[in-house]
Design a protein around this ligand. Structure first.
Ligand code: SF4
Ligand code: SF4
Length: 268
């Protein structure tokens, strides 16, 4: 067919993947804003091929969310403002990928997420019991999807590329991943991470990383009361403050010191 024209695209093409898939009758867009299919739930990859071959159109699928509202209720940050409406600025999937600092109100909510968020998919009843292990080449490597957080902190660009370069989450580079790992260590209140976090605070050239390290150290020290590790962290923060020139990092250090002081007063 010499006159046939075709163009294929995935993710970054001219079409809005989910809207086109909904119109093509592949599924409906749920309250979690994801395309949900009856057969595979929302665990699908979307791609399009535009052609001038005349196909009969498929019928759109009925919206089957009904009275369910689980995704809206379980979203950790209230990013699903209401069904089918997402405030991306509040969404953990977006926040884990941004390159600057994560706003303070969302750091606790990030929990141990190093990249992305799946909560609104995991809770969806249409994803329950679905076998999505259909392509061995797409099976995640557990070591890569759940890496040791402390090991991420001192990773070089080369190590990052070698280890994670082939993963979707690597497209933003290593800084957001390292910042998220630091926040996760703070959320775990992991005192074994104090030394590597102090190294980030004092040696890392990137203000976002130093600021996140100050926040995490404050959180760890405040949770350990008057333990000697907390004293060590407090001293490191004070020393860092004496030489820090970046205003945002200085603010993070001051807030961390205040947090430790308040926790100490509460203990006393
Ligand atoms: S990805 Fe996470 S934060 Fe974003 S809307 Fe879904 S549950 Fe909420
Ligand atoms: S969790 Fe419930 S409301 Fe949300 S997308 Fe799934 S079916 Fe729809």
């Amino acid at each position: 067919m010499p006159d046939v024209k075709m163009k294929s695209m995935v993710d970054t093409g001219e079409l809005a993947d989910k809207a086109v898939a909904e119109r093509a009758g592949i599924g409906w867009i749920g309250k979690n804003t994801l395309l949900i299919t009856k057969e595979f739930g929302s665990y699908v990859y979307l791609g399009e091929m535009i052609t001038n071959i005349p196909f009969p159109p498929d019928q759109p699928v009925e919206d089957l969310c009904g009275s369910c509202n689980l995704c809206v209720e379980k979203c950790p940050s209230g990013a699903l403002v209401q069904g089918r409406q997402l405030n991306a600025q509040k969404c953990m999937a977006f926040l884990t990928q941004k390159k600057d600092a994560v706003p303070e109100p969302y750091r606790d909510k990030l929990g141990n997420r190093v990249y992305g968020c799946d909560t609104c998919q995991v809770v969806c009843p249409y994803n329950r019991g679905i076998d999505f292990h259909l392509h061995p080449e797409m099976e995640p490597d557990p070591e890569l999807v759940k890496p040791k957080l402390i090991d991420l902190l001192a990773m070089t660009n080369r190590e990052f590329k070698e280890k994670f370069g082939s993963m979707a989450g690597a497209w933003r580079g290593k800084k957001p991943i390292q910042r998220n790992a630091i926040i996760a260590l703070g959320n775990y209140k992991e005192s074994a991470a104090a030394a590597p976090l102090i190294a980030c605070l004092t040696d890392d050239p990137r203000p976002v990383i130093r600021g996140a390290a100050a926040w995490a150290l404050g959180k760890i020290a405040a949770s350990n009361g008057g333990a000697s590790s907390s004293e060590k962290i407090g001293k490191a923060l004070e020393e860092a403050l004496a030489v820090e020139e970046d205003e945002n990092v200085r603010r993070e250090i001051q807030k961390a010191l205040k947090k430790i002081e308040t926790a100490g007063l509460a203990e006393g």
